[in-house]
Design a protein around this ligand. Structure first.
Ligand code: NOJ
Length: 575
């Protein structure tokens, strides 16, 4: 594959509402992000992804855009965004925006025009069906739990929405709508953004079935049927995606990461040499506990063998086709340590181990704000503590299906998206230094000791470990192999032994990890390798790689939750 600039990126994802509040309203903003840029630079990352900052009624925290061209006053002004792009650039950091174009807000001018004017050209910007009997066209369920159809006023007409009713889907069949979207994307590219994280893009093509009057057999007590099979990656989507790529992404050499789960046999179209996107997020291991569940508050049991299987498979398939986007967390996920590590046994060792497991995979790694501190789920006890509409809706639906309060709360404590959205923990000052006012969502009580300030002062901290990982990937002698090198998952030992290899013609790196709370022997001959990273060692000076080096023999025992990253040069480059 031809080399691209974004293959050398490490991305830091920012959830603007929760990153840093500069204007004392309890909500994070763009000036707060600018104030945090030196911290972001200190991590070593070179790209930031901003969750949506466009004008929005915030029913879905910005994923319901009412004006694509204006920054929401909650976050600041258009000039603030331009300032952020400029300030980031002076620190060697590029900015990705979130591109939400499957749907808009029901307060977007297009939707309001459609409602108020029978002859509006925007009428065909949405998906509308009329029924004779006044019932919704069919019984498909939206991702947020309600029907995909909402009635327009007291008419027999209904509009389609994949998510909440305040997020009407756009009609991508309409070329005029598509041109409006491409113009808007070009506008932001012209302002200097480096690309997009592309939201819910697998839904833009609707099947005939999901828009038909076909009543499906219900799969749950709500009388509705799951819509995934008729809504995601439908035949014909290629026309829209390739057009978007040709009209915008190629023109601006954009970095793009799409939120879409793609079957292996279609991956080449998405991320191959002339794919629609630079990379796509893989849900197989981040949703390992919920994949395939249609009931509102059940989780699927999983084990380490399955986790390893998903990670190795995803890496092995993707590397033969294109580029990957390894991540552990985002704003739709709970904190990774709570998902992947045993309850009551989370500590700094296994938090670092988990970080190293994903960070050296092949692809562009994404770090979600606070992950570098080992931030954890919030100890929710009451439904009133949640802000996410998704959590509130799920509570309602689950209660209507007869689920017990205790089970619903347990599910939300583990899985609510609010877990990942609590304010960034900067210090042990009031409200974690995020704001001087009470924040829109409560701060995790562990902020008194888990925060940037304290971890900056501790050579053994999770934060320093993350800095070291970024440094290894972007600046060390191993940067090429860690970026472009091939991946090989070694299937040795038990389920707890995760060992993978990154290699090219000149270097090799092994990531060796004991995913268990007991010591484990391993039998890899490590003579000739140097230790690049060890979660049991301090990182005294990350700018000085020799400080963390040592030599190692052949007999090894990994301590509980230990990870070692070791490397060696395998052939001198000829001059
Ligand atoms: C995916 C986003 O990540 C999520 O936060 C949002 O609710 C949905 N798409 C709808 O835009």
């Amino acid at each position: 594959m031809q080399k691209k600039w974004w293959q050398n990126a490490v991305v830091y994802q920012i959830y603007p509402k929760s990153f840093k509040d500069s204007n004392k309203d309890g909500i994070g903003d763009l000036t707060g992000i600018i104030e945090g840029l030196d911290y972001i630079r200190s991590l070593g990352v070179n790209v930031i992804w901003l969750c949506p900052v466009n004008r929005s009624p915030m029913r879905d925290n910005g994923y319901d855009i009412s004006d694509y061209y204006t920054i929401d006053p909650l976050f600041g002004t258009n000039a603030d965004l331009e300032r952020l792009i400029k300030e980031a650039k002076t620190r060697g950091i590029k900015v990705l925006m979130d591109l939400v174009v499957n749907h808009v807000s029901s307060e977007h001018k297009w939707f309001l025009d459609m409602l108020s004017d029978e002859n509006s050209p925007c009428r065909d910007y949405f998906i509308i069906r009329e029924t004779q009997d006044g019932n919704p066209p069919n019984n498909f369920r939206s991702y947020f739990g309600d029907s995909v159809w909402t009635r327009i006023g007291d008419s027999n007409r209904f509009y389609f929405h994949s998510f909440a009713k305040e997020q009407p889907d756009l009609n991508w069949e309409n070329p005029r709508l598509r041109q409006e979207i491409y113009d808007m994307m070009s506008y932001w590219c012209g302002k200097g953004i480096a690309g997009f994280r592309v939201d819910a893009i697998g839904n833009i093509k609707k099947s005939a079935k999901i828009l038909s009057s076909c009543h499906m057999p219900p799969d749950a007590g709500d009388g509705m049927a799951d819509s995934h099979d008729w809504l995601l990656n439908q035949p014909g989507i290629n026309v829209f995606l390739s057009e978007m790529r040709d009209r915008v992404f190629h023109k601006y050499d954009s970095m793009t990461v799409a939120e879409v789960s793609v079957p292996d046999d279609q991956l080449a179209e998405y991320v191959g040499e002339n794919g629609y996107f630079s990379m796509v997020f893989d849900f197989s291991y981040t949703d390992i506990d919920v994949n395939g569940v249609t009931t509102p508050c059940d989780l699927v049991p999983w084990n380490l063998e399955e986790l390893k299987g998903h990670i190795y498979h995803s890496q092995e398939v993707t590397q033969n086709i294109g580029w990957a986007a390894p991540y552990l967390e985002n704003h739709d996920q709970p904190r990774s340590v709570n998902k992947y590590l045993p309850d009551g046994a989370i500590n700094d060792y296994n938090t670092k181990m988990l970080g190293a497991l994903f960070f050296f995979l092949r692809g562009t790694p994404y770090i979600y704000q606070g992950q570098e501190l080992g931030m954890q789920n919030y100890p929710f006890t009451r439904i009133e503590q949640f802000a996410d509409e998704g959590a509130l809706k799920r509570y309602e639906v689950a209660a209507a299906c007869g689920e017990l309060e205790e089970k619903i709360m347990d599910y939300l404590r583990r899985r609510s998206r609010d877990n990942g959205r609590t304010p960034m923990q900067w210090s042990d000052d009031e409200y974690a230094g995020f704001s001087s006012e009470s924040p829109w969502l409560s701060v995790n009580p562990d902020y008194t000791w888990r925060n940037v300030r304290s971890q900056n002062q501790d050579d053994l901290s999770i934060l320093q470990f993350y800095r070291r990982m970024v440094w290894l990937r972007l600046h060390s002698a191993y940067r090429n192999v860690l970026t472009y090198g091939m991946f090989k998952g070694l299937r040795v030992g038990g389920p707890e032994d995760f060992i993978y290899r990154r290699y090219d013609e000149t270097h090799e790196v092994l990531v060796i990890l004991n995913y268990s709370e007991t010591e484990r022997p391993y039998s890899i001959n490590l003579s000739g390798y140097e230790i690049l990273l060890n979660n049991y060692a301090a990182i005294p000076d990350i700018s000085c790689p020799k400080a963390a080096r040592g030599s190692i023999g052949e007999e090894h025992t990994l301590l509980p939750w230990q990870v070692l990253v070791v490397g060696k040069e395998i052939r001198q480059k000829s001059c």
